[in-house]
Ligand binder design. Structure first.
Ligand code: SAM
Length: 272
């Protein structure tokens, strides 16, 4: 194993996965190839040290490296835009057995880096995917990622509050899927978030009001008119939300399916 790398890793006391993340972003090569190289270019070693130095400040690595990963996507990211979480990847798996031919219109609310938007467009190749975000920075970043994956014809992004992009009325009764990983953290949990999250990620991406349900309730209430007759709303939610969501929306919808994440906590809702 490359000795220089071992020394750096030890000096900065980084977690295995953090150090590996830095290595793969700096070298653009497979990890084993990096570790097995006897000699590595000086400028790259300098870059690694530089990143490790900046990492001391708790800045999340994706912001330092301007790179984030979601499923098989490598995405551009800037400080302040929500870092895609591995847990959210499961949302896409939930949709994998849906009929590809029948899904024509999809809305992704709160695109962030565009991770879900892009994954949805790649899964449902015949669908038009509309994405909205309240954050201009998120839209700038998502636009870059959509261009990177050559999906500008299939994905339309808008700076908008939830559903209200220009001419939204045209899409009443249209969306086969309304997907969102909305801000859903409640007041109490928000106060206890780690500094690395609270100080660097946008509050609008995390905080869902006192009970965490502010945006979710709006999506459920205001979204009904946008759904196609067999359309579904697919949401990432908090483990404490299912009963409250059911109580709130039981007059509006007839089917509520709650799905666990890999950690066995409820993390998703499919509502129609
Ligand atoms: C938790 S992040 C999710 C980002 C990305 N979809 C993901 O799954 O990683 C929530 C996103 O919703 C956006 N957002 C918050 N309130 C919104 C609103 N009223 N309308 C549209 N987007 C909103 C935030 O700016 C943020 O990008």
């Amino acid at each position: 194993m490359n000795k220089e790398l071992l020394v750096i890793k030890k000096r900065y006391n980084l977690k295995e996965e953090e150090f590996n993340f830095i290595l793969t972003s700096v070298f653009d090569r497979k990890l084993y190839q990096i570790y097995l190289s006897e000699k590595l270019p000086k400028n790259k070693i300098k870059k690694i040290i530089n990143i490790c130095e900046r990492k001391k400040t708790e800045i999340p690595l994706p912001y330092l490296l301007k790179k984030a990963y979601f499923l098989d996507l490598e995405l551009y990211i800037e400080k302040g835009v929500f870092i895609p979480r591995a847990e959210t990847e499961l949302l896409i798996s939930l949709l994998e057995n849906y009929n590809q031919e029948k899904i024509k219109y999809i809305l992704d609310i709160g695109v962030g880096t565009g991770n879900l938007t892009i994954a949805l467009a790649r899964l449902f190749k015949k669908a038009l995917v509309i994405g909205t975000d309240i954050s201009k920075k998120a839209l700038k970043v998502a636009t870059k990622n959509v261009e990177k994956y050559s999906l500008s014809n299939q994905i339309k992004l808008y700076h908008a509050d939830l559903f209200y992009f220009p001419n939204y009325q045209k899409y009443f009764n249209h969306f086969d899927l309304i997907v969102s990983n909305p801000p859903y953290i409640n007041e109490k949990d928000y106060k206890n978030l780690p500094k690395a999250v609270k100080n660097y990620e946008d509050k609008r991406a995390l905080y869902g009001g006192e009970d965490g349900l502010l945006i979710i309730k709006r999506i459920l209430k205001e979204g009904k008119i946008f759904l196609s007759p067999k359309g579904k709303i697919v949401l990432e939610i908090d483990n404490n939300h299912p009963i409250k969501i059911y109580e709130y929306a039981k007059e509006l919808y007839s089917s509520f399916i709650f799905v666990n994440s890999l950690t066995k906590k409820i993390r998703f809702a499919i509502i129609s």
